[in-house]
Write a protein that binds this ligand. Structure first.
Ligand SMILES: O=C(O)CCC(=O)C(=O)O
Length: 275
């Protein structure tokens, strides 16, 4: 699925858009799983028994309603997250011999002019990795048009270096939407944007340092998406940084300086233990 053309575009621009990543049946299954999770119905709860509580989405009625790491709650979401085929796409773009899945996100953006998602780099939320050699994939679960607040990536911004988190993320404001780039954007550089206006099942792969965000959804339809995030072989754990994470149990049995691979973050490509 990933060609040398995609690899070159990813290296140059920091993102690559694919019209089709998953088929219609998979889109329908993931949408149904997403609805279950938002209703509090978990088909395969992999969390430690002591913390199996209802998960409230982050955000507000106006913001994107955001659930992190729902793959550990639902069988379908787990199956998509551990897909060898998708992991291979991630590994090819990162030019890494292997990848593990380290995060996923469900993203339901309300209609009728809610809040934007402020521009940020995903790596600023992953201090637990000593390397920024990670990749994200934002998958459209509905047809996304320009008025729906599609994901927007700044071309070439993965070369600007790491920046701090913006002061706000999902409760963003239009007047400080670009605040996050001010620290690292080269002075005279004009911004060029890639926009994820896609049919359901299309996606954008982007580097962990690529600045991205989205404007308000001005349409009268929900904009739904799921994102997956993989770490390359060179990503080693910084355990001191895992203690402040919302989900410390995710880092169970990792070694400081060891790979980001455990039962919640399995290596998905290549799969060594196929029987
Ligand atoms: O869905 C959005 O608008 C933002 C998603 C995002 O920031 C991500 O997937 O990393």
């Amino acid at each position: 699925m990933i060609t040398t053309h995609h690899v070159e575009a990813f290296r140059r621009d920091g993102y690559v858009i694919l019209d089709r990543l998953i088929d219609d049946q998979t889109v329908d299954r993931i949408k149904a799983a997403m609805a279950r999770v938002y209703e509090g119905n978990y088909t395969a709860d992999r969390r430690p028994p002591a913390i199996r509580k209802a998960v409230a989405p982050f955000g507000s009625a106006k913001s994107v309603q955001w659930v992190l790491n729902a793959r550990v709650l639902d069988h379908e979401l787990w199956q998509l997250s551990i897909s060898r085929e998708l992991g291979e796409c991630a590994a090819r773009l990162l030019v890494s011999p292997c990848v593990s899945i380290v995060e996923d996100q469900l993203l339901a953006k309300p209609p009728n002019d809610g809040l934007p998602v402020n521009v940020h780099q995903d790596y600023s939320y992953w201090p637990f990795s000593r390397s920024n050699h990670l990749i994200s994939c934002w998958i459209a679960l509905c047809d996304v048009t320009s008025d729906m607040g599609p994901l927007l990536c700044i071309k070439g911004s993965h070369k600007w270096g790491p920046a701090k988190r913006p002061s706000e993320l999902i409760l963003g404001r239009e007047d400080n939407w670009l605040e996050g780039i001010s620290e690292v954007k080269p002075d005279e550089q004009a911004l060029a944007w890639g926009s994820a206006e896609l049919k359901a099942g299309g996606c954008v792969f982007f580097h962990a340092l690529t600045f991205h965000g989205s404007r308000a959804n001005q349409s009268n339809r929900w904009r739904t998406a799921m994102s997956l995030h993989w770490a390359s072989e060179e990503c080693k754990a910084d355990l001191a940084e895992t203690r402040h994470h919302n989900y410390p149990y995710f880092f169970a049995r990792l070694k400081d300086g060891g790979r980001l691979v455990n039962k919640y973050m399995p290596q998905v490509y290549p799969i060594y233990a196929e029987h």
